[in-house]
Design a protein around this ligand. Sequence first.
Ligand SMILES: [Zn+2]
Length: 694
Amino acid sequence: MLLLVVALSSCGRGSRSAGAPIAAAALRGANVLLVTIDTLRADHVGAYGSALGATPTIDRLAREGLRFDVAYAHVPLTLPSHATIMTGLYPFANGVRDNGSFRFDGVKPTLAGELKRAGYRTGAFVGAFVLDARFGLNAGFDVYDDRVQGASANLDIVQRTAEAVLAAAYAWIAQSAMNPQSAMNPQSAMNPQSTIPNPQPIRTPQSAIRNVPWFAWVHLYDPHEPYTPPEPFAARYAADPYSGEIAYADAALGSFLDRLKTAGALDRTLVVIASDHGESLGEHGERTHGLFAYESTLRVPLVVWAPGVVAPGVVSSPARLVDVAPTMLDLVGAPAAAADGRSLRPLVGGDPAPDSDPGSYFEALNANLTRNWAPLEGIVRNRVKLVDLPIPELYDLDADPHETKNLYASQRDRGRDLEARLDRLDAARAQPVPRPGPLDGDADARLRSLGYVVGGATRPARAFTAADDPKRLVHLNTMLDDAAGALARGDATAAAATLEAAIRERPDLTIAYDRLAFVLRGAGHIGDAVALLDRAARGGHADRALLRSLGAMLRDAGELARSIAVLEPLAKEDPGDLQTLDALGQAYVRAHRPRDAEAMFRRVLAASPNASATWNNLGSLYLGENRPAEAFDALTMAVAINPDLPGAHNGLGVVYARRGELARAEAEWRRALALRPDDADARANLEQVQRRER
Ligand SMILES: [Zn+2]
């Protein structure tokens, strides 16, 4: 329990100024910097009442700029929330409802696209795979730097640090320093990673870009779990590593802004800082975020800073993340497309008009889409929140900021207006929630011929009851978290036992099969893993993710024909599912179909040029085909994007060895072994060369 955190409440924080009115287009032609700090809970920011002292940078900008006291996210998940920020549209309007299985189609206008049309250079620098270009938020960006580090089998936690993200962003911004007389030197500012072949054409002739305004989006993922802050923040926040991650991200942001200021690059720059969602930290039984939509995950910080143009102040009228893009476009005088959000500029500098709150829609559909639990939707307006579930919830947020007293049964009349508004939004949606990657008839038939009954689109619509309410099932969520924790501690037995218990209780808990198979495989029982997934798929508990896992496990178990039979229909039916394309490419490699494999890998890389693991797979394919020059290029690209891929270093060692450059070969193999001490290939290669040298 974090006793230091002060309850979020819009009263009792002393005097405040509502700011001063701002003219439309007051920042015409100014640079624009959007900072999103992932998983940053509003009440952990000093400016929002936290006494932890973790956020001096945000606090300073909030003091010098405009702070929106009440700001809401619309979905407590990274990809869909950023899609609402970028489009100004609610999730049902921009089409992105969940991480991983949904993609933004790039058709709807975006903040980046509108600024680009207004003459801006546009660059994005993101910190986690969940925002990889393949999911579509690269729309409108000249540069989309989604290079991440690490080689985890769990792509969801592949990330890079705030410092690495900000170094790349600084290097890009430095190319068009606002003040040409400044000491800003793009060459010395380059991220060390960028000195090796760069996967993105991010160097542009200086003359062509000087005095062209820039829009940079930086995404700092650090406060997202796992909470592993670097020193000195780990020691300083030993009992509260989540806050340690916040403090680290804030400090990195502070250094970044200081460097930009010194270089004159902040002289006329609009800075907006927000988060995509908060973190539950155990409240309502939820440890992290994504299941519920209580204030702990829905409420986010929102700060707008542009000294000399935007006067300091605090705005008490509610703001929403769908308002961010319209507000930024309004301030810089760029035309904005129609959106669910509105510019917040007219709210600044006056008292909020009565009844001016348009209400904020929210949803949390991950558990519905991946576990078949009841879908969560709701709306919050005038400090009253309605959560539409089989067991509905209604809260008076002023009287009950922690949402402990559900008023729905006793004061239902207070929710009538919200119910009507939610119904109108539902009507506007016209269609039920589309399942991710619905399987078409052909794919479905091919999978059925293997004995698999696929969920998703073919799952009949059902009425959800109280037994499907996430409030009743949150303990299963905890079990999934506990299993992940046990696995992280190296206790695969406990992880497996917990997942088995969860499946016994809820046999349609698809994600638990997938995770249990992952545990079994990690413990060396790949046959058991295949059997488990096979049984789940025959029992009708499969979704696309589970079938993809099954296809990959069949491949690794050497059952190549079955693997390809499972993966091919999935790949054919959704060519945008790059994880499946990559898995299928690897199956083709094993089945000695190099041309098919190369085509698959090339398709992945066309959609996601920084997919380092796929560059690695392509390089390994070329090595096996005795095409050393192409292997070298692909593997070099892999390690340029992600220096921590042991397989790519091993492959490069082989290329060097074949060229007779044994010292370089050894160095690569040692690097591979440093990254993965049990890398049998690298060890065997190293020993072989060392024997020969003796
Ligand atoms: Zn997030």
